[in-house]
Design a protein around this ligand. Structure first.
Ligand code: TRP
Length: 452
């Protein structure tokens, strides 16, 4: 007998699911990471590749991942073993769920440290520290923060506590409440910032940087980064979206909701780029300066604009909220499993997972100061975690999802869950999941290994 509801609860409406999934998708990936990796990889051509990966690989995998979650109605680990058994396959497919749990820990460990920077900046903004600030002072402010392990630990700890508190409260009173206000709020502030960049920044230069494609600047690694980021920004490949799907009502359309989430996520990333690069160029800064990009540029804009202290505070607050509605989805798969299989109370399960990720986070904290020379081959713990998760583990998880949903599950089960009938839309999705997405991921992997 198939379950019709998860034991952990269900979203109160389809809209809430869209907000929750958007809350998971829209996060540091869109506002912090996308601009700096686009900057490091030369802009336009990279952005185009990223968009290609979002729609040809990301969207079809999101539909597949939600579909699996809703059919299994449990934590990704148990969902995968249940579905595998139902299709007469080996229950070892639960390993896909395990891989996701591990990936979630690794991501959360550094995600929380970076979200901690945003928390620190809320306080900088409130204290009026951006007023009249120039490029050098903004740089100094950032360097002072990241070179102090004690401060970073404090903010990292605070952010992890925020995450644990929400997850401990459960699907309806925790996750749902958090996403309802934050997600729309962030979009409004971002639009205001784009407006500012358009008036005061070098908007045309910024725009051109983001959208005019020069393919000579791309190499195999840029292609991998673009694809990896498509997974990261859509929260795909580790079970976060799967577990959110397991709380979705049976009658809601998976295709429609996924489409809305993907569009929202993409729009936010592009808006972030349009807010940031005009300011970067107006201040004469380098677009390729790495993870500090938004922390060194946006304060300059806030420092000059009327009401900048207010808007700066609001912006970093919303960035914290965006990160917060994402981090909760990183722990949910592990928490759901601990509750299902270990009979733990949700609150305990949240504390245990949060504590583990918190300890791992120390490696990232030290990556920006004591261990900044790197631990292996000149790479810091942060570099390694970021590369291993975005560029290897998430695409690998995605590849396994396409194999399971596209090739191993019966077409009857798949089409029953998606409820699209035998429409063009269904056949297009099936084609993308069976051929385009897996082949695409495979080629990018081979390409990086130098085999292709
Ligand atoms: N998508 C989020 C961001 O862009 C991060 C995130 C949340 C995530 N849950 C995830 C990434 C699951 C990968 C997998 O900031």
């Amino acid at each position: 007998m198939r379950r019709t509801q998860s034991i952990h609860g269900q979203w109160s409406s389809r809209l809430v699911f869209v907000l929750a999934a958007t809350g998971s998708a829209v996060g540091l990936g869109n506002i912090w990471k996308f601009p700096y990796i686009a900057g490091e990889n030369g802009g336009g051509a990279f952005v185009l590749l990223y968009l290609g990966c979002i729609f040809a690989i990301g969207l079809p995998i999101m539909i597949a991942e939600i579909m699996l979650g809703r059919r299994g109605r449990q934590s990704p680990i148990n969902t995968m073993s249940t579905l595998a058994r139902e299709e007469g396959l080996t229950p070892a497919w639960s390993l896909l769920g395990w891989m996701g749990v591990v990936t979630g820990f690794l991501i959360l460990s550094y995600y929380s440290v970076i979200a901690g920077w945003a928390l620190a900046y809320v306080f900088h903004a409130v204290g009026g520290m951006f007023e009249g600030i120039g490029a050098d002072e903004a740089d100094g402010l950032f360097v002072d923060l990241i070179s102090d392990p004690a401060q970073l630990m404090l903010w990292h700890t605070l952010f992890m506590l925020l995450t644990v508190v929400v997850v401990a409260r459960g699907v309806r009173s925790g996750l749902e409440r958090a996403v309802e206000v934050m997600v729309p709020g962030l979009v409004v502030i971002l639009l205001a910032l784009v407006g500012y960049a358009a008036v005061e920044g070098h908007f045309a230069t910024g725009f051109q940087f983001l959208f005019s494609a020069d393919f000579s600047r791309l190499n195999a690694n840029a292609v991998l980064t673009a694809m990896g980021h498509a997974f990261f920004t859509l929260s795909l490949g580790m079970g976060a979206i799967m577990v959110y799907g397991s709380y979705l009502a049976s009658r809601a359309s998976i295709a429609t909701t996924s489409f809305m989430v993907v569009i929202a996520d993409t729009v936010v990333a592009l808006l972030a780029g349009l807010a940031i690069f005009p300011i970067v160029f107006a201040a004469g800064l380098e677009p390729g300066q790495g993870p500090g990009l938004i922390f060194k540029t946006l304060p300059i804009a806030f420092g000059q604009m009327p009401g900048g202290t207010f808007f700066g505070t609001l912006f970093f607050l919303l960035l914290v909220f965006a990160a917060w509605t994402s981090s909760i989805s990183l722990v949910e798969p592990a928490v759901a499993w601990l509750v299902e299989n270990r009979g733990m109370q949700r609150a305990w399960a949240s504390i245990v997972t949060g504590a583990l990720a918190w300890v791992l986070g120390v490696g990232t904290v030290l990556s920006f100061n004591l261990w900044s020379e790197g631990v292996i081959f000149g790479r810091t713990v942060f570099d390694i975690l970021d590369y291993a998760t975005s560029n290897v583990l998430l695409p690998l998880g995605g590849l396994l999802i396409t194999l399971f949903a596209g090739w191993l599950m019966s077409r009857a089960s798949v089409s029953e869950e998606l409820a699209l009938g035998n429409t063009v839309l269904f056949r297009l999705w099936y084609f993308l999941v069976r051929f385009v997405a897996p082949v695409g991921i495979f080629i990018v992997f081979l390409n990086v290994l130098g085999i292709l």
